[in-house]
Design a protein around this ligand. Sequence first.
Ligand code: COA
Ligand code: AMP
Length: 647
Amino acid sequence: MSQESPSPTAAEREAYDKAFEQSVSDRDGFWLEAARLIEWIQPPSSAVDVSNSPHNRWFPDGKLNTCYNAVDRHVDSGRGEQAAIIYDSPVTGTTQTITYNELLARVSRLAGALQADGVRKGDRVVIYMPMIPEAIVAILACARIGAVHSVVFGGFAAPELAIRVDDAKPAVILTADGGIEPSRQVPYVPIIVKALELSRHTPTTVVVHERAEFGGGALPSGDEARGAAWVRWADFVDGAEAAVPEELDSADPLYILYTSGTTGMPKGVVRDNGGHAVALAWSMWNVYGISAGDVWWSASDVGWVVGHSYIVYAPLLIGATTVLYEGKPVGTPDAGAFWRVIAEHGVRAMFTAPTAIRAIRRVDPKGEEIGKYDLSKFETLFSAGERLDPETQTWAMDKLGKPVIDNWWQTETGWPLASNLRGLSPMPIKLGSPTVAVPGSDLVVLDGEGNEVAPGVEGNLAVRLPLAPGNMIGLWNDDERFVSSYMATFEGFYATGDGGYIDSDGYVFVMGRTDDVINVAGHRLSTGSIEAAIGVHDSVAEVAVIGVKDELKGQLPVGYVVLKSGVVADPATLRDELAALVREHIGAVASFRETHIVQGLPKTRSGKILRKTMRQIADGQSPSVPSTIEDPDVLDALAPILRGEAE
Ligand code: COA
Ligand code: AMP
């Protein structure tokens, strides 16, 4: 596979240029045509209402039901016996195929049970589930009745769940006995009990799906129930009538997905129904080259945005088959797991995170496992969640002999901001670049004052408003934060929080966050919330957490703590205690292990900790030290520790 970086020819980019241009200059023409991919109860007559920008509404007069489009429609059109979901779970030794007919039966029954429990359009339902088919059933059941789902990643600990419960105020929590990690079982019931002890809000009902691996057992009652009625899933749906799809406005909320901001309080990204359905359906062929009847696999988790969009909604919206994989890239049982799944289920294209590829490469550097499987149906490997570094991309392309395509996006955008459009207009791959702006997302690079910079010059990546359909329509219950976090920095633009540049071919290069958000093994975390967890420790006066480069996980959080005056602590004991605190408050996914005790933290005169400067030193870059630094000696004393030259 070529490793040069050729520019696309005029012919190669013709379809892309035409689509992109129309998508931003003739929105009605482009997006109303795309809207025909969806079956509307009332088709929209215009693409987007920008009269209250940045609170824009896509397909303002359209009415639809997303679940109907993802399930019923395919049954009606003769796909009822086609596989909708292939559940492949090496951690339980299970493989199961669920047809569209079965999916419809399960979704409409759960939807009916939720209605019988009093859940109505607009009510919230928190879904805290492992990677089992019921997680998808739960999501779609909410969409069917217009309840707003909020999926919380199963790797988050009780306090993180409690924060989300308090913000979303769910009527019901749908969960299961627990998740299964290769090394251990993770029981969810105690986590929910603890979360409800911490939260002010109480849901009326907690529904627990029984998993054979956990052996059943009584559900919480009395004080332990924390005021909620706990019921087994099978009992909850027993005798429930099938619910019909609710008629929803295009702009009605479909879901809330919390993501890390720069503070400890996550942001509740809100997605609509109409814009989301159209964008995702459009993306499946145009971006991924996938059509109805194809098998598609996204090796993410339903708790992340990639999981929402590309495990659940997008493949089902177009009548494809989605693989739901409960396992890891390595160790379940070996580094050939991905290739086995691809071969066994005839996967045409898949999504994964660079970390997963690096993990496979570490165990199987020569790619010997690849040769053991028939990958003849497999066409493309897509990567998202973090920057796809050229070394990993080259390795995967060489070993697989297939294109490996980087996608740049965020929870906020719901689908890529930049990608190579494999269906619409495949273009040459430039290593280190997710290729070009996806139609609908008018990307620019701005300097600190909001002026567009020349090609090749690094700055802030931003999107000219309105955001594309499928991007967030707001933050749950917080219009002010929606504007102040994203729309106020550069008037008329959405600030992505990522820095980078666009070259003269329009290829985007994303260099990393410009704020304190970090990315650990494709998991987005806020250093602020890790600091808050560490700050609870009795000995800690002050702490700064930064993300430092890691060969496997991309970044790892490292803590630099200043002890309270007079406190003497054994470094190893403190390190273990802080690691335990972060696990307890945020979850094991934070992978927080390393702590350094330091004498002071570098700050500006207004007291802001210079995390970026610290990160640059830790990563071996030349640091940018602001002129407003309070005491340069503090930074000088810290530098050898940051560089790993001193303890
Ligand atoms: N529930 C409970 N715990 C979870 C969890 C979940 N859903 N997911 C991860 N964890 C735990 C793990 O068990 C591990 O715990 P440990 O520290 O006790 O071993 C910890 O969180 C860190 O997990 P992880 O980041 O998965 O690291 P790992 O070392 O177990 O595995 C990889 C490394 C590369 C295999 C793994 O990070 C991976 O598959 N990454 C890809 C992630 C991805 O697809 N992200 C989606 C973005 S699109
Ligand atoms: P999340 O909201 O969890 O999807 O994380 C979004 C953040 O991950 C982005 O703001 C980027 O910092 C980073 N990210 C995701 N995909 C890429 C990519 N392809 N290249 C570079 N950074 C990425």
